[in-house]
Design a protein around this ligand. Structure first.
Ligand code: C2O
Ligand code: CU
Length: 487
């Protein structure tokens, strides 16, 4: 038999070394520096609008007003004052057991902060012993950027022994707070709490039932209680249950024994919400839904998979999860538009995909934004006062709860179908695989704002970018002396 002549060995060696050299180059090119300004991340995307003058090439990292100046009137006295102490500790929750987690003032969830619309809320947080540092971010509150609580962007992580004061004017609605330093371990470990802002007028219209839902040690809890939570609401009472989803995935919530209305979503009132029965409401990860209902004589039960709130004596017996959902695209009644979303000053794509590559030297199948992998992602550049529109789409194979800081987005359409219901305003938008959304906003809150997936491991895997106003800058760095790691 005659075989093919064997290739000389050196060809194979040369080819192999080229491949190895290429791989090393790709690997090192994917490494993130130990410390870098978030504003130099990726590339500026002007969305078809005017670009900033670029004195030295990278226009989006040049000077401007530091975000630390974006704070409420420092001379205004606080109406609500709260002191919080953050601790890393062994936590024991009845019905859950013991685990290594985090507390605020000794408990997790931390204390519920209550305020009225228009109040100046002042929260002094002291980090007792959280070694990696911590911050508090006010999820869903459209506050001044300097108070946003993002380590490496709006402040340095608060080190053990240090304190930081957050001040903001409360807006009506249901919100929550959580650490935005090493978010995934710290939030899942319990460094979080509810923020409930009542309307400015003092008339109590309903019995208030906050319902912060969180997994501890694999068990789903409501306000830290696994299983059944009892409420003092009696038959005949009108109850407002403020559901807060602090976990990673979308969460169906439903009511057994009574009809309900979805009266607010992400802290924004729904206009003329009709009664719902036999349908569940899907609460986006990070998102909130306020459900209002009248407790009938036989009681009612507000349920999520694995936990529930009994209303009226023992509550109604538990019922199965409905298969149909409330569709906010067509729920409630429209209102005249507050801005012209059809003539935006800028239009951005936020296309979420996934492919194989290297993320900070680690090979894997990572998320992409507009085909680029972190940090090669767009920085959405805007000017104050502009109308901005985003086309958000997802072909990544998984659902992503997209959260924009400091703003509420108006949903215009989903999969090409226009919204016809109440204005649907979100800070956390559930984007399923295969879905696309058109959303718009007025750029009315200057600063540098994270725009990321609230499935927190996904954010840590690079599904994260920023909305940046022209003319602002941050003195803080990711990494660096304070080891800032917002994700
Ligand atoms: Cu609830 Cu960027 O976070
Ligand atoms: Cu995600």
């Amino acid at each position: 038999m005659t075989g093919r002549p064997r290739r000389p060995g050196w060809v194979a060696v040369a080819a192999a070394s080229i491949v190895v050299a290429g791989a090393i180059w790709l690997w090192s090119a994917s490494l993130l520096p130990g410390s870098y300004p978030m504003t130099s991340m990726g590339y500026p995307d002007y969305g078809g609008g005017p670009s900033a003058p670029t004195p030295h090439g990278h226009g989006h990292s040049a000077g401007g007003i530091p975000v630390t100046q974006l704070v409420p009137d420092p001379a205004r006295p606080a109406d609500v004052r709260v002191a919080l102490v953050a601790r890393a500790q062994r936590v024991s929750l009845p019905g859950v057991g013991e685990f290594d987690g985090y507390t605020l003032n000794g408990s997790t969830p931390g204390p519920t902060i209550n305020a009225r619309a228009g109040d100046l809320v002042e929260v002094r947080v002291t980090n007792d012993n959280v070694l990696g540092g911590m911050t508090l971010h006010w999820h869903g509150v459209d506050l001044p950027n300097g108070m946003d609580g993002v380590a490496g962007v709006t402040q340095d992580a608060i080190r053990p022994g240090d304190s930081y004061v957050y001040r903001f004017v409360a807006q009506e609605g249901t919100y929550w707070y959580h650490s935005h330093q090493l978010s995934h371990p710290q939030v899942t470990g319990g460094l979080l709490g509810a923020l409930i802002v009542a309307p400015a007028d003092a008339v109590p219209r309903s019995v208030e039932v906050p319902a912060l839902v969180h997994f501890y040690g694999g068990l789903r809890t409501i306000n830290g209680v696994p299983g059944v939570v009892r409420s003092s609401a009696r038959a005949g009472a009108t109850v407002r249950v403020r559901v807060i989803n602090t976990d990673q995935g979308p969460m169906p919530v439903w009511v057994t024994g009574a009809a309900y209305r979805v009266v607010a979503v992400d802290g924004r009132t729904v206009n003329q919400p009709p009664p719902v029965s036999g349908r569940a409401m899907l609460v986006t990860a990070g998102g909130r839904a306020d459900l209002e209902l009248r407790v009938p004589d036989g009681g009612a039960r507000v349920e999520v998979a694995g936990a529930s709130i009994a209303l009226g004596a023992d509550g109604a017996p538990s019922g199965p999860a409905p298969r149909e959902f409330v569709d906010l695209l067509h729920y409630g009644s429209p209102l005249p538009p507050r801005f012209d979303a059809d003539r935006p000053d800028r239009r951005f794509d936020y296309r979420i995909g996934r492919r194989f590559g290297l993320l900070n030297g680690r090979p894997g199948s990572w998320w992409t934004i507009n085909d680029g992998m972190f940090p090669n992602v767009p920085m959405f550049m805007v000017r104050a006062g502009e109308v901005v529109r985003f086309s958000v789409s997802n072909v990544s194979g998984e659902v992503h709860p997209m959260h924009l800081h400091g703003h509420h987005l108006l949903v215009l359409a989903r999969d090409g179908v226009r919204a016809t219901g109440s204005p649907w305003l979100v800070d956390s938008l559930n984007v399923e695989n295969g879905e696309s959304y058109e959303v718009a906003m007025v750029a009315d809150n200057p600063g540098i704002w994270m725009d990321h997936c609230h499935n927190l491991p996904h954010a840590a895997e690079g599904l994260m970018t920023h909305l940046m106003y022209e003319g602002y800058s941050t003195p803080f760095m990711v990494g660096g002396e304070h080891a800032n790691h917002p994700e």
